[in-house]
Design a protein. Sequence first.
Length: 763
Amino acid sequence: NADNDLYVALKAAGVECPRVETPAEAVAQAPDGAGVMILARGYPTTATELDDALFRRARDKKLRLYVEFPSWLPDIEVGEPGAIRWDRGVVASDLFEPDLSRLQILDLHDCRLVPVPARPSHIAMARVAGFDKAVYGLPEQARPVLFEHPGDSVLVATTKLSQFRTARYAPSSAWPRVMGAILHWVCPDAALPDLTVTPTVRPSYGEGDDLPADVELEALRRGVAWFMDSGMLATSSIPYEVVDEEKAQERLDEGDGSHGVLEGFGSRIRSDGTQPVAGTKRSDCNGESAMALACGARVLDEAAWSQVAENVLDYWYSESIAAAKERADQNHPTFGLISWGTTSYAWERAFYGDDNARLLLGTLASAAALDTDRWDEVALKCLLANLRTTGRFGFRGNRIDIPDLEANGWRKYFEGFNTSYAPHYQGYLWACYLWAYQQTGYELFLERARTAIRMTMQVYPDGWQWTNGIAQERARMLLPLAWLVRVDDTPRHRAWLKQVATDLLARQADCGAIGEELGPPERGSYRPPQSNAEYGSNEAPLIHENGDPICDLLYTTNFAFLGLHEASAATGDPLYIEAEEKLAKFLCRVQIRSEKQPQLDGGWYRAFNFDHWDYWGSNADAGWGVWSIETGWTQGWITSVLAFRQMGTSLWDFTAASDIETHFARLHPLFFPEGDTIDGPTPVEHLATGKPVTLGTRYAPQYTGGGDYALTDGRQGADDHRDPAWQGYQGPDLIATIDLGCERGVRSLRGQQELRGRCHADA
């Protein structure tokens, strides 16, 4: 076709190459010994029609033939075209040296290939793990993608490689080299120029480009306009809606927020360069999207954006099921909680504290930007509902479902002893509690947040549980630590903030990007794939090992941007100010620019390789990989922080004038009808609190106390030995070494030992 990517690139490079309509014409017109390229026209549905006569004619004329997506090959069985989901391309020979080495990974998005028997290949297709190399090698069952036909001067591609620009094959810098090597094979004696190809979806600026003076304002404008132009504003309010991804492009510019906001673009890229829409509706994404629209409207004076933001929150709180049904019944234990989402009952029944927290933060910022108090009551209900399902040490179960609450009642959670040293799940709820304390003066908000933050910092970093990496946990901890300084400004709290920020910023590159980092494997929830077969089977990091030059704009960079901004405002420390400035410029540079795919323009992908300046990483995550865009987590926070910077304020200061406290006296008794006091031991502090413990004896599996750090976490067990705060030892005596960090004077040594139901204090 005249618009074939390779043909267009050759013409742009000044290479004269006649184009004909059929393979037979090409072979007939080619001079003896010439190179002929038969590029797939019917891809991805129809294989290229070839026959024995064509190959015999090419052999007679000594042509060097390159064929794509063939329906037939001499002496080789060719199957029907089929789709591949998780396989990736892998360089399997030295053909592309020195540019591309063996085991280099290439992504051929939405690849359809014709199967042929296994054979030596230049490029193979297989399910492989790794960042840019197939770290576990190439499986035996790898499928040929590019190979030389035995006995003939024929190079065969079992798929369409020449659509590398349209289908956005990745990494983008590799594909002109792949095609250049193929051209050299076809015309080995020709002097061909290097192909120069501008990706259809690319960063807004190069790493070294000069930035306009108003670059942040423009990034904000484009980032908020993305919500209006991307098709993310839903057009239906039916319960449990899942939008047909194939119809996503028909929905552009139709929604006005009155049916909520969809989750985002999935990471899969189709052969035409478009991406499927995740038609789920989530509470957090709706609150964060409304915040971005409202704050952007405040800065740029866009009344239409304000109305959309208002519509989104009105829909979510008043019309959707997220805050309705059991959640609106003050006698039900779910009263005040907001559902994870409305896509199915599995979403409706679930309550994540973190998702509620980000919905709340988005709601509070939207209310401030729109100068309204219309959502204050529902926001305070959600705060109190989460508080009463948070345990006595300030930790909430990462997820609690309706059946659990109905079976146990809310007080079991409120009086519980659980811990969860996972800022990804816990940190933003602590930030909400600190904000709520500042607004209402209710001590329980402060007490539980402060206790949980102290216990979490006492086991930092080795005791932290990380989700997709330890960097994201540090990024998530910045906001609650910065806001703890706001309500309780002590040297210790400032030191905690600086410690976490310093460790996070140790991986900030000169360009401003913050590199990802994996923590101890045994503490990770989602580790990199441990085999080729694991690739794509679960949630996963974007890197395979520490040092891979990737930043994550879904889990780390976005929240680091907010955290650094709030830390700058809370302390005025140049460390945070300078890091935030670098990060802001980086985010402006890597914002998506695309004329070909306007629904992506102005967005931010999850992954960015800041060494090669490209959207790239390990795409192993089963749901939200390299090329995903999340309306809430990513787009919502980056644009909102840019707006705060334009307004010269912080999220804390911007929302300070809230009147939410006017509802407190009436609502508090509804959530705590029997009071909010708890009998039993409270956390303590002493010389060993939070210090590392080396156990010479393992505790009994039924009495873990919460893990290796239980002996120094400050928790005291209740009289009942079934209290999960107890750590129990059976058989050999307990031997534990506690490292105080330096020489310390000890006035007394005390412990508790439960023996046959009686407690003794041992000196």
